[in-house]
Write a protein that binds this ligand. Structure first.
Ligand SMILES: Cc1cc2nc3c(=O)[nH]c(=O)nc-3n(C[C@H](O)[C@H](O)[C@H](O)COP(=O)(O)OP(=O)(O)OC[C@H]3O[C@@H](n4cnc5c(N)ncnc54)[C@H](O)[C@@H]3O)c2cc1C
Length: 463
């Protein structure tokens, strides 16, 4: 165990990377603002609206108002606004976006049923007739459109991978569908909503809807326009493993984006910045490598399968950086990395940064692959023993007969053996790879007493 002086030295030697600020609202402030904005229409209705008449009607308008406010907040929580969600991280933001979508759906779908509920007794046919009347009324058309489209949008989002459409078209339909729902809901609320006459409530809905639509326009119009002024060029494109490529782009002018090792960017190679042809990739280079940025890409679909064919010199655009898979504001007396396959991408960036900063604490890398040809940056990893107190464990699940290293996957017994059953609470534990591997590692670390805030994960797949 390190003594106090050594511990201080280790903390200091975490270097400039841990001092780096993380942009974004503090999580408690974000939650507070979310709850406050979500409840504002309800409070306005209570304090300024008419006295309650029918409990079902009040409940119906209460849940749909909260649902509508949450729906508009979804635009701002799309993961692209670092000043808002930068400290929470894109994966948590997107997970929240996906889960909350179901809550919104329940609130909105319940709205007409609650309105018709008083007719259920003694004659249920009356409730059915009320519902049919609502869905057929011209004056309610905008509400019916928003109601139906919302169901479609949430269902399509959930089963996106099974839809026979390209990811880019799904994204376009998701964005456009969301705008139509927001505008139709606004029209419905202002024209026939229970408290539509109140100017404060009306003003609230107009301002929040405008903020939502402007935020989307910012992502798809303003930001691409700004990217036009900061073009990059593809300067290196080489296969570094079995169907795995290292792509390097360089800023044509200036120093390239400012980032922390381990973050990710949205990379657009060879398309207009206004097109939707951009993909998220983790940076494997460090800030010291700027103006060059490097990403490590595994072939896994229509864009990545052809990435090796993109000619050098191709124009590129970069949006970012995003993500919290970094050493910024994190200190540890030791660091353990768990990588699976191309999950090494952001981790090699972090290792390079630790090596550049001459980090003095122990550093472990448990790196799992199927076969030997998939091991990336092997020579560089071996050489890190010269600059870091580095323990490298290469693990193969389907090794050839001459493999002398460890065999298996990152299972609890393998993790125990590699870390010599030591799981210090003041270390940092970084995990990136296929989802089942990540879940297994995270569960093992938690079971061994590692505090959750010491485990930092990056998921390449959100659903
Ligand atoms: C935060 C993050 C970091 C990532 N870092 C890396 C990395 O360093 N190296 C690497 O090889 N892969 C990384 N990925 C995964 C990579 O983005 C996808 O493999 C790639 O976009 C697939 O594109 P495709 O057109 O080849 O495949 P497709 O067949 O079109 O898509 C396969 C799956 O990839 C996802 N995907 C596709 N396009 C997008 C998109 N524009 N935005 C978000 N998801 C998309 C979808 O889940 C889709 O179902 C990362 C993903 C995320 C979310």
């Amino acid at each position: 165990m390190p003594n106090d002086r050594q511990r201080d030295s280790m903390l200091r030697s975490a270097g400039a990377s841990w001092r780096r600020r993380r942009r974004g609202l503090a999580p408690w402030l974000l939650v507070g603002l979310y709850v406050a904005i979500g409840l504002t229409p309800l409070l306005l209705a209570v304090f300024r609206g008419e006295p309650p008449v029918d409990p079902f009607r009040e409940l119906s308008s209460g849940v749909v108002m909260i649902g509508f406010a949450m729906m508009l907040l979804q635009f701002l929580l799309s993961g692209r606004f670092r000043r808002i969600t930068g400290r929470v991280g894109a994966d948590i933001t997107i997970l929240f976006h996906q889960l909350i979508a179901w809550v919104i759906l329940v609130f909105v779908v319940a709205h007409p049923f609650l309105l018709s509920a008083p007719g259920l007794w003694p004659n249920p046919g009356e409730a059915v007739a009320t519902l049919r009347g609502m869905f057929g009324a011209n004056v309610l058309l905008s509400g019916v459109i928003a109601w139906c489209l919302l169901i479609l949008l949430v269902v399509m989002g959930h089963w996106r991978d099974r839809l026979p459409m390209r990811y880019e078209f799904w994204r376009l339909s998701h964005g456009l569908g969301a705008v139509v729902i927001a505008l139709a809901s606004l029209h419905h609320t202002l024209s026939v909503g229970g408290h539509s006459g109140d100017p404060w409530l009306g003003g609230f809905w107009i301002v929040l809807t405008a903020a939502a639509v402007v935020s989307l326009a910012h992502v798809y119009v303003v930001r691409p326009a700004l990217q036009l002024r900061r073009p990059y060029r593809l300067v290196s494109n080489r296969e570094i493993g079995d169907r795995i490529w290292e792509i390097q782009v360089e800023a044509e002018r200036g120093r390239a984006i400012d980032f922390a090792a381990g973050q990710f960017i949205w990379l657009n190679l060879g398309h207009s910045p206004f097109s939707l042809m951009e993909h998220p990739f983790s940076l494997s280079s460090t800030p010291a490598d700027r103006p060059r940025l490097a990403v490590t890409v595994r072939e896994s679909g229509d864009f990545t399968n052809r990435i090796g064919e993109i000619p050098l010199g191709t124009r590129a655009y970069v949006d970012g950086p995003y993500g919290t898979f970094t050493l910024a504001r994190r200190r540890g007396t030791g660091v353990a990395f768990f990588a699976g396959g191309v999950g090494l991408g952001p981790i090699i960036g972090l290792l390079r940064e630790l090596a550049q900063e001459r980090y003095e604490g122990p550093v472990y890398l448990l790196y799992g692959n199927r076969v030997e040809t998939q091991i990336l940056y092997r020579d560089e990893l071996e050489a890190m023993r010269d600059t870091l107190d580095f323990r490298l464990h290469l693990i193969l699940s389907e090794p050839s007969a001459d493999w002398t290293g460890r065999v298996g996957e990152l299972t609890p017994d393998v993790i125990d053996a590699c870390l010599e059953r030591r799981f210090p609470k003041d270390w940092l534990y970084f995990v990136c790879g296929p989802v089942p591997m990540m879940e297994s590692v995270e569960e093992t670390l938690l079971a061994r007493g590692v505090p959750p805030r010491r485990i930092v994960s990056e998921r390449f797949k959100y659903s």
